[in-house]
Ligand binder design. Structure first.
Ligand code: IMP
Length: 179
């Protein structure tokens, strides 16, 4: 437990068990293929590195960094690519690896961008899904955990760049961000 957390939602063991199971599912679903796993920086870094260890098909990894603009801290859907992929995606089976899907605006942009570059297929894997936050009709193809409409941190997820290094995930106390 961390003093800034209201509640721990998932322990390290719970995270690892789900990630291992997801790796097995992806290994079966991508049998005979050579997918390109695209990690969305920075939040999905821990998830990506643990997930690929449990995928048995040959795969490649690439990284993309995006930033969304807006008057508030909430995603506006206006997205800018800060760091693009190193390699072309044309003809590739893409697996987007996200930390959390909230409004879905970031994901909608990213998915469209990769389809536009003529990827053969684009699927989305997310560690957390916050379905109550959705503003656009987009669903991840694979989600490890559904979470309530609260601000969560840890295991890659941050608030103002903090808490990413926690090995577990919890709900941040509102007093931390409302002063
Ligand atoms: P959206 O789906 O476009 O609203 O944005 C998803 C992005 O917002 C994620 O990739 C996270 O970076 C961030 N985000 C959304 N909810 C949370 C949360 O509860 N904790 C930390 N980051 C979050």
């Amino acid at each position: 437990m961390h003093p800034d957390l209201e509640q721990v939602l998932f322990t390290e063991d719970q995270l690892m068990a789900e990630i291992r199971a997801l790796g097995a599912r992806l290994s079966a679903d991508y049998a005979g293929r050579n997918p390109l796993f695209v990690c969305v920086l920075k939040g999905a870094v821990m998830f990506m590195t643990d997930l690929v260890k449990h995928v048995t098909v040959p795969l490649e990894m690439d990284f993309i960094a995006i930033s969304s603009y807006g008057a508030s801290s909430k995603s506006s859907g206006v997205v800018r690519i800060l760091k693009d992929l190193d390699r072309p995606v044309e003809g590739r089976d893409i697996v987007i690896v996200e930390d959390i899907v909230d409004t879905g605006l970031t994901l909608a942009y990213l998915k469209e961008s990769l389809q536009h570059r003529r990827a053969q297929s684009v699927r989305v894997v997310t560690l957390f899904d916050k379905p109550e936050g959705r503003k656009v009709d987009i669903q991840p193809d694979y989600a490890c955990f559904q979470v309530p409409n609260a601000f969560i941190v840890g295991y890659g997820l941050d608030y103002a760049e903090r808490y990413r290094n926690l090995p577990f995930v919890g709900i941040l106390k509102p007093s931390v961000y409302i002063g």
